[in-house]
Write a protein that binds this ligand. Sequence first.
Ligand code: OXD
Ligand code: MN
Length: 591
Amino acid sequence: MATPLEKWVEEQAKLCQPDKVYWCDGSEEEARRLIEIGMKKEKIGDNPIFQELNQNLWPNAYLHRSHPTDVARTEHLTFVCHPDKDTAGPNNNWMHPDEAKEKMRKLSNGCMKGRTMYVLPYMMGHPDSPYSKACIQLTDVSYVAVSMRIMTRMTKKVIEKIGNRDDFVKGLHSVGDFDPNKRFIMHFPDEHFVWSIGSGYGGNALLGKKCFSLRIASYLGLQEGWLAEHMVILGIEDPEGNITYITAAMPSACGKTNLAMLQSTLPGYKVWTLGDDIAWLNIGPDGRLWAINPETGLFGVAPGTSLKTNPNMLITLKGKKFYPTLFTNTALNVDTNEPWWEGLDTNIPKNLLDWQGKPWQPPAETKAAHPNSRFTVSIYNSPTLSKEFDNPKGVPISAIILGGRRTQLIPLVVEAFDWEHGVFSGARTGSETTAAAIHKEGVLRRDPMAMLPFCGYNMGDYFRHWLNIGKRLKHPPKIYTVNWFRSDDEGKFIWPGFGENIRVLKWIVERTQNKVGARETPLGNIPHLKDLNLDGLDIPEAKLNKLFEINPNQWQNELADIKKFFEQFGQHLPEELWQHYYNLEKALQRG
Ligand code: OXD
Ligand code: MN
């Protein structure tokens, strides 16, 4: 008797009509075979799927060039298909599930002809974790199969775990013919099902990542009483050897990976990495909030990554422990066969091919590496991997950081008065857009908890869910907002960022331990400058003050914009958040 899983795979194969169906076991040997196939047999346009890089300098590394139109998440083609629009909320594109399936069936009919359908059995989370989920993705491209081996725990044991159940997490993915007009990423939260066609890009195609672990999982979290968040998880070790665990939400391409692997500039402090993108947060039996990272890989933005900005990342990328490491849409140094991107070093190699494989020389109108070029590498390669990474229970969280990218207005760090006020502070967060999704860069948009593109249901209900979680926590983490990006009058960042961010983390840790005081402002508590270790930093006092300035006049537009954002959610927006909004308005008037 066929299992529900086998039946499901068979049905999808009937629709997509691949030449063959291959069940992956997630082994290294298999990954080597798939890469071989990707180098020799599969192509995108004229490019092979994989190209081997210099194995002496970059062990196990391969270059992948995507279809030129397929370089980032496509939020406008991403739909959350609840039976009614109100459940999806104004923060999502919505289509009725029947209509969406009809559309996808038409597009998928025969879409894998001439190709192999890879069946990927994988876990999100440690198999022994009470919080993990067993999943299956189907895909028709080796790049996705190999990327999923890096990003998830892929093993045949998942098939046994699923057994005769039919409620496993399902993903059906095909690159189709890469036609942007036939590209859709459809989510069916009630069925734990994601259906994606037309794109091979990470966030659109590695369905365990944004699609399941955030959009679908956030909705599961609403039903089951937990949170799926766009957050890094890290441990901060102080000179006495105590480790404090925190999570931090930042929009895409705002430095989460750098934060997760931060190399401290303060003696005696060390950061341990648990995750760089996604945290699943559960209330533990002790009434604290516990975090696991459902992923096992890092899918980070390459440009700007260097020995100076993130030395641990370069060690990770050159690590040998886990096969393979992928570079997508970086440039290529032809003489040395190495990947290259803007910001890697100051010397521009003489003989460069750009991300599309065309000769490139400065000055040029476009960058050599695509601004959203990426690496995909195992977290097990990281020299800063926390010893708790594989702990099925996760780690207990003492502080939550909610960040955004704001060149104006928002102070370096502010502590919320309590959980509810923290939820308000996160809900009103705005951020300037980056290259991680296809849209105009540098435009301000509200991006609450960095979840705007990833919350799989009405964000008004999401805020309510956060408030409810807070009520159930006996020991809620403290909540902070941070902004590394505030700029001076010449448009230069005031705060040095990167490894120096440890100074802000240190203050946060000391606040969670009640070791330092704070100054109350209309936005929340900010550090007394004497408590912020600024040794060795050369920031003039006027600029330091600017980092923490709260200018009531400038806040008028901000307040109006927040109000407009909140109003969209109508009755779904918790009354408590309006109360905090009016309190803030009044407090700013008082100055
Ligand atoms: C990511 C993103 O890829 O947020 O992590 O876009
Ligand atoms: Mn992300």
